[in-house]
Design a protein. Structure first.
Length: 107
């Protein structure tokens, strides 16, 4: 049986959701004490250098814990909810429930 890809879901507002295959994620960055940034390859052209990003509000200075939570869920399930700021939910308990943002999905 082939390897199953992992997918990450983020919803920032009523009109901006994204479902990304794990291989499109470039990395996570500790943006500041209260936000984590997920960088991902643009969906328009997988070969270009354009990068999108999702900014997720987290509990102060809990970058490592947020990434560990997300990784733990990804090891068990093919679908991981990074953030849904409409529902206030995440696979990580370190999401504050605040406003997330997603930019440059398609360039």
């Amino acid at each position: 049986m082939g390897k199953l890809n992992k997918f990450y879901y983020a919803k920032a507002d009523a009109k901006k959701d994204i479902l990304l295959a794990a291989h499109r994620i470039s990395g996570f960055q500790n943006h500041d004490a209260n936000n984590i940034v997920m960088h991902f390859n643009s969906l328009a052209n997988p070969g270009d250098a354009t990068e999108g990003r999702a900014i997720i509000p987290i509990t102060g200075s809990k970058f490592k814990e947020f990434v560990e939570d997300i990784s733990s869920v990804a090891s068990r399930k093919p679908f991981v909810e990074l953030v849904d700021d409409q529902a206030g939910t995440s696979a990580s308990s370190h999401y504050t429930g605040g406003d997330a943002s997603i930019s440059s999905i398609v360039s």
